[in-house]
Design a protein around this ligand. Structure first.
Ligand SMILES: *Cc1c(COP(=O)(O)O)cnc(C)c1O
Length: 474
């Protein structure tokens, strides 16, 4: 009988010998990443879904072998296949979504999390990680709410979960502030430009369908918001959801005007700054977020403009007691006598139970780059988006939707209708040449380039436009 090659596959990542077990495996992973990228030789694999699926199937079987093939082979085969078939946001031609190229320093920090596996549902599973999370959350929240009495934040899986928590906290605050009854149901008011997760969160939480105001200019219109809030006056608590950096165009709602209207109509304000939040790091761009600190809750998503591997979301509040509706007891995790004896109670910091310390990569990144270093990256992608807009404006056969607010640029071949734009995007995808997104505005369908690569050079931008131009059907 051959000896199974599973010996090293049984080794543990943690403990004193964990690093020795990991070192050769990390080497295997890095080699496989390099080979996979070379196999692909572009921003995404060519051939479209069927070809990719065939290539994955060819190497992934047997998926659950009776006898394992060992760590080296399994790592090499599947990591290489994943890399060969990846849409790699580190390639400047991969610019469709708010899908960022993660910083190497953040990915390296994340390895430590996988090795140590702290879990943030109780202190005895994460003694240092829980303190690092508490400190980092407070520091990030203080950037958002500099005048808050006790800024704090919860770590989430992203903007979706942060928006859900924001609506949940607003619902609970409304419930305790108003006598219960049909009129006490929280009403959400948002723009048509708000992220779809706001509507889903309302549905999940049993709230009425959000009042959704048209946003033909791409941002909330204060006059329309005023009318909507006037109509809702006396009909129970209201939460306005504004967006700082929309997913489609990167537009920022007029935050000071929205905050004024919320004050005037005693409505609560949540700002979804999933995309725009990191403008706070930039001395040049932070003024665009004036008014952000007037929100009761703010969503941040550092796996967008923060260059973190997924997941890296946050929900910030100006005053930590606003989070108490999430307090929860489970005797095995936070027994009263343990909490009274001084053991931190972590269960109220999430709706999840087992929870990975996504804060480590964030904390390492903040230390490694500093506020200025991150601000420089933000400045670079905003400047690159302006260069792309300049190139489009100067181009005889391309039209620009609008100057970018953050780093999103919408454009299309001049006069191209929706079917042409959609087909062009799919051809670039299928050929493995470029990953561009799509966005519909009042003026129809556009190609969307979301510039998130902080090393993008003018030549990359010209190359991207040449691909689009070269693909024009005669
Ligand atoms: C991306 C995005 C979200 C959702 O964030 P996830 O991290 O994908 O859950 C929410 N709001 C806005 C404005 C976004 O751009």
């Amino acid at each position: 009988m051959p000896v199974p090659a599973t010996g090293t596959a049984r080794l543990l990542a943690g403990g004193g010998r964990g690093p020795d077990a990991l070192r050769p495996m990390v080497g295997t992973v890095l080699d496989a990443l390099a080979r996979g990228a070379a196999d692909r030789a572009g921003p995404l694999p060519a051939g479209g879904p069927d070809a990719v699926a065939r290539r994955v199937r060819a190497v992934a079987e047997p998926l659950i072998p009776d006898i394992g093939e060992g760590a080296t082979l399994a790592l090499h085969t599947l990591v290489r296949a994943l890399a060969a078939g990846a849409a790699d946001p580190a390639d400047p031609r991969c610019a469709a979504h708010l899908h960022c190229p993660p910083l190497a320093v953040a990915a390296a920090a994340d390895l430590a999390v996988s090795a140590l596996n702290p879990s943030l549902d109780s202190w005895d599973q994460a003694p240092a990680a829980s303190e690092l999370e508490a400190l980092t959350c407070r520091a990030l929240a203080a950037l958002v709410h500099p005048r808050g009495p006790a800024p704090d934040a919860l770590v989430t899986t992203g903007g979706t979960e942060a928006n859900q928590l924001a609506l949940l906290l607003a619902r609970e605050a409304a419930r305790t502030a108003v006598p219960p009854g049909p009129s006490a149901a929280l009403r959400i008011v948002c723009g048509a430009n708000a992220h779809h997760s706001v509507h889903r969160a309302a549905w999940l939480l049993g709230l009425p369908t959000p009042v959704t105001l048209p946003t033909p200019a791409g941002v909330l219109d204060p006059a329309r918001l005023h009318d909507a809030l006037t109509r809702l006056t006396g009909r129970g608590p209201v939460l306005v959801v504004a967006t700082a950096g929309t997913t489609d165009t990167g537009a920022i709602d007029p935050l000071p005007a929205v905050a004024d209207l919320c004050d005037r109509h005693t409505a609560a304000l949540h700002i979804d700054a999933s995309y725009g939040g990191p403008l706070l790091f930039s001395g040049t761009h932070r003024h665009r977020l004036d008014g952000l600190d007037r929100a009761r809750t703010v969503t941040l998503d550092l796996h967008k403009l923060g260059w973190q591997p997924v997941a890296a979301g946050l929900l910030t509040v100006p005053d930590a007691p606003a989070l108490t509706p999430l307090d929860h007891r489970a005797d095995y995790l936070n027994a009263d006598d343990d909490t009274e004896s001084g053991i931190p109670d972590l269960l109220g910091r999430s709706l999840r139970t087992t929870r990975r310390p996504d804060i480590l990569k964030i904390a390492v990144t903040l230390r490694a780059l500093g506020r200025r270093g991150l601000g420089d990256l933000v400045d670079h992608v905003c400047a690159a988006a302006h260069q792309l807009a300049d190139l489009i404006e100067a181009h005889p056969r391309l039209e620009l939707h609008a100057r970018p607010t953050i780093s999103t640029v919408l454009f299309r071949p001049t006069g191209a209708g929706p079917a042409t734009v959609a087909a062009l995007r799919r051809r670039l995808l299928t050929d493995g040449r470029a990953v561009l997104g799509r966005a519909t505005t009042a003026d129809g369908l556009w190609l969307k380039a979301t510039v998130l690569n902080p090393h993008t050079q003018p030549a990359d931008l010209r190359g991207l436009l040449e691909l689009v131009e070269g693909d024009r059907t005669p």
